[in-house]
Design a binder for this molecule. Structure first.
Ligand SMILES: [Zn+2]
Length: 352
């Protein structure tokens, strides 16, 4: 079974007002855990890989693992998404691998780095230019595109922004109209990585509401949305870890944002933490253990449990069988109809 266009997964979620988690992967155990959770909870799912993950897995390995995941679970709509694509070159590589969705993060200039490793923000016009170039290319293959307006705090892989800027709702309409993106990552006060907040964050929920009203046919995305549960940080530290006290985005805040128009929720850190806690526990309790299956197996189980919980909390559970997944070829026709005067915005192909 082929991978599903992310646009369709998010449009279906928007229709029924639920969120779809996008979970980051680097290896086989993570992919298996996500698919098992999706199967158990009957959830459509977005699996995503960053540029760093593609490099780590030598690209071809992730492609083959994803094909296995889709083949083994024909009843689950699965999108494979490039997270924080830095440029058209990486986007082209992901599409050549068979990804059904890509993000172009035109909010930052990934080719420039300060001494501290941060990337400066691109100008609005420059962001539109690089994003439009990717949309024109990707839609020609039926591949969905996520753009980003505004910049997040924190660090995860290579996403270190020089400064934090919340998304300006007034810019969203022009950005979406001129680029034709399917999904838009917005900065509402969330942050990448494990060290997000010292206290419970106040997210700009009014921004979600306003942006959703201004661009109702573009699916909105929350990055940096791990919850970093205190119990999980404590578990890592109990078995020898030295993580600092920190807070993430509470699940109830994500649920509120979903009610206001968010449909894609990026979760990476929580998965990293749960894997680390499970492996540390085995090493701590059984220091003589040296069979990788004996610690990667429990890590995979712990990740399955966490993701199944998120699928229920985000409202994704139970929706896998709601619709017939489109192929990329069918999606390509829909985009072409949009380019010739029909709607390319909501994917319906009609004039309205
Ligand atoms: Zn991100």
């Amino acid at each position: 079974m082929p991978l599903t266009p992310m646009r369709q997964i998010l449009d279906e979620a928007a229709k029924k007002k639920y969120g779809v988690g996008a979970y980051n992967v680097n290896n086989m155990e993570q992919i298996q855990a996500i698919m098992k959770a999706a199967k158990e909870t009957k959830s459509p799912v977005i699996i995503q890989a960053s540029h760093g993950a593609l490099e780590y897995s030598n690209m071809i390995y992730l492609k083959k693992l994803m094909e296995a995941a889709a083949e083994e679970n024909p009843e689950i709509p699965v999108a494979m998404h490039l997270d924080h694509g830095p440029n058209l070159k990486t986007v082209k590589a992901a599409i050549a691998l068979g990804f059904s969705s890509v993000m172009i993060d035109g909010s930052l200039d990934y080719d420039t780095k300060t001494a501290g490793g941060a990337h400066p923000a691109r100008t609005f016009e420059d962001n539109i230019r690089v994003t439009k170039e990717v949309v024109d290319y990707a839609h020609g293959f039926g591949v969905s595109v996520e753009g980003e307006l505004g910049t997040l705090g924190g660090i995860e892989d290579d996403t270190h922004a020089e400064a934090v800027h919340l998304t300006d709702p007034e810019q969203c309409e022009e950005f979406c109209r001129r680029t034709g993106v399917d999904a838009l990552a917005i900065a509402i006060g969330t942050s990448h990585g494990a060290y997000k907040f010292k206290a419970e964050p106040k997210l700009a929920m009014d921004l979600v509401k306003e942006i959703h009203q201004r661009v109702p046919n573009v699916r909105l995305v929350m990055h940096g949305s791990s919850s970093v549960p205190a119990a999980l940080v404590d578990e890592v530290n109990k078995y020898g870890g030295k993580l600092e006290k920190t807070m993430g985005v509470p699940v109830k805040a994500i649920q509120e944002a979903v009610g206001l128009g968010i449909n894609k929720i990026n979760v990476d850190t929580d998965g990293r933490l749960v894997i680390t806690a499970a492996i540390r526990k085995v090493f701590f309790e059984k220091p003589k253990e040296f069979d990788p299956r004996k610690y990667l197996g429990p890590a995979r189980e712990a990740l399955t449990k966490l993701i199944a919980e998120r699928m229920v909390e985000f409202g994704t559970a139970g929706h896998a069988g709601d619709y017939q997944p489109l192929s990329l070829a069918e999606m390509k026709v829909i985009y072409a109809a949009g380019a010739s005067g029909g709607c390319g915005g909501c994917g319906c192909g009609k004039k309205h």
